[in-house]
Design a protein around this ligand. Structure first.
Ligand SMILES: Cc1ncc(COP(=O)(O)OP(=O)(O)O)c(N)n1
Ligand SMILES: Cc1ncsc1CCOP(=O)(O)O
Ligand SMILES: [Mg+2]
Length: 479
């Protein structure tokens, strides 16, 4: 994956191309860069702004060694620049992911960069954009409103915009607010995602430039779009926290740099916490029948999950009831996957829910019944959303490719698992997906608390022996 930055030049590196390139370098993402124009700026005034000659721009775009997979576009000073970029985009062999920061006003002096309206300047580019990152002033200039759903509708209807909207709330906070809320609207996802950070007390130039560049860097590093937005927010927070000192290379691994993530379907509830696990370590086999619970009950494992995908409701209830009886007799922590109502009714130890289940499950009912809650996560956005719900554990997956479930596009790898373990300090982390006797050492090296497996136990020729041995290895490492 390769990154191209297209933004205006500002000589001090407060904003624009120099700031973007420095940030990308700090994140270890090399980028090609072309100046869309020249500016002269002080910390408080914009003295000059002019576009690069369209012919020069055209030639620079054609001179690139390789077509970029991700492009960050910052200031676009006139419609000719936008047209040149759009024409060039239409010649590329693969459509790149385009992040457009619709720079409208210089945050320092509030003088417009051009006499054309923002919409007029950006119109040729908007159909190409995968992520648009306006602040509320820029959104108002583009769409005539500051309400996120309305903005998206206007952009779709007037500019053939098909991408995701990240509406930055920093320009609309009041004196009383102590948090800034960015809203993320993904087409075809009815939820509104909210990313909240503490209000910054000191003003820094170039925050919009840096945010969109950090997002483009995360995309270049292979992160999904919403995860890239979360990482961008964390990079910006870390930058603000440490400026003017340079930041450590790579993605932030301090939770307080990350936004609090929630959706309107599940606002966080500060008073609700799910009970802690009694044994927050060890092997965690995931099985599909009460018979399996019985087979594994005397192997030394302390945690099990009953994951039944297709069964008549009477058979399902019967299986859950039997599994709970066996688990209680052997002091096992038994989690029921998906079927949270039956888990409550039949008095299970806990419930395991996926992200989709979270939107419909009654979390208050689960908490009030005293059940533990485990939540599946597949990336930064889901991890932070799940953390904000204060579960008993978080599952991160799939760590490796697996034959057991279609997890394409959701493989996390060891590096991300390690960062997620650090971010989740205080909440046990369960690793799942493709884990076996060969790769277990790498998984344990991330400091994960528990290791969930399906096939390593259920497809083994000696399931009881392997469950015992794998559990011993996980337990040894955790003590
Ligand atoms: C420990 C653990 N982690 C993740 C999963 C996956 O759960 P979910 O996302 O709900 O998907 P299904 O298992 O329902 O297909 C899990 N079951 N257990
Ligand atoms: C249910 C599930 N969720 C994420 S990966 C996975 C399957 C894990 O199975 P295996 O341990 O056989 O790879
Ligand atoms: Mg599920």
């Amino acid at each position: 994956m390769s990154l191209l930055i297209l933004s205006g030049f500002e000589a001090n590196g407060m904003a624009g191309l120099l700031a973007d390139d420095r940030l990308a370098n700090g994140l270890n993402i090399p980028a090609a860069a072309i100046a869309t124009g020249q500016t002269a700026q002080t910390a408080s005034a914009l003295m000059h702004a002019s576009a690069t000659d369209p012919n020069v721009m055209q030639q620079q775009l054609s001179s690139l060694n390789q077509p970029p997979s991700v492009i960050k576009i910052g200031a676009v000073f006139d419609v000719a620049t936008a047209q040149v970029i759009a024409n060039w985009l239409s010649t590329l062999p693969h459509r790149p992911t385009v992040v457009l920061d619709p720079v409208g006003l210089s945050s320092g002096d509030h003088r417009p960069l051009s006499t054309m309206t923002l919409g007029e300047r950006l119109a040729p580019l908007l159909p190409w954009v995968s992520l648009l990152t306006p602040n509320t002033d820029e959104a108002k200039a583009l769409a005539g409103t500051t309400e996120s759903v309305q903005i998206l509708r206007v952009l779709q209807a007037q500019y053939d915009f098909r991408g995701t909207l990240l509406l930055k709330g920093g320009h609309s906070v009041s004196e009383q607010d102590d948090v800034v809320t960015d809203e993320l609207l993904v087409p075809d996802d009815p939820r509104r995602w909210q990313l909240q950070q503490p209000k910054r007390l000191s003003k820094l130039r170039g925050t919009g430039c840096r945010l969109s560049t950090a997002i483009a860097c995360a995309l270049t590093d292979g992160y999904a779009l919403t995860d890239a937005c979360v990482l961008g927010s964390a990079v910006l927070h870390r930058y603000w926290r440490l400026a003017p000192k340079p930041t450590a290379p790579g993605w932030p691994d301090t939770l307080s740099d990350y936004p609090v993530v929630s959706t309107d379907t599940h606002p966080t509830s500060p008073d609700r916490t799910f009970p802690a696990l009694d044994w927050p370590s060890g092997l965690y086999p995931v099985v599909d029948s009460a018979q399996w619970v019985q087979r594994l009950a005397n192997t030394g494992i302390r945690t099990l999950q009953l994951r039944i995908k297709h069964a008549r409701s009477d058979v399902l209830s019967d299986q859950i009831r039997q599994a709970i009886e066996i688990a209680n007799a052997h002091q096992l922590q038994l989690f029921i996957n998906d079927h949270w109502q039956q888990a409550i009714e039949l008095g299970a130890y806990g419930v395991h829910l996926g992200q989709e289940d979270l939107d419909t499950a009654d979390l208050a009912a689960i908490a009030n019944a005293g059940l533990r809650l485990g939540i599946s996560t597949h990336g930064d956005t889901e991890l932070l959303r799940a953390l904000a719900l204060k579960p008993s554990y978080l599952a991160v997956g799939a760590v490796f490719p697996t034959q057991t479930k279609d997890m394409s596009g959701q493989i996390q790898g060891i590096g991300r698992l390690r960062r997620y373990v650090r971010l989740s300090k205080g909440t046990p982390v369960v690793a799942i997906g493709g884990i076996n006797v060969q790769n277990l050492a790498d998984v344990l090296d991330t400091n994960v608390d528990m290791v969930a497996v399906v096939s390593a136990v259920t497809a083994s020729t000696a399931p009881e022996r392997d469950a015992h041995l794998l559990n011993e290895r996980v337990m040894r490492c955790r003590h």
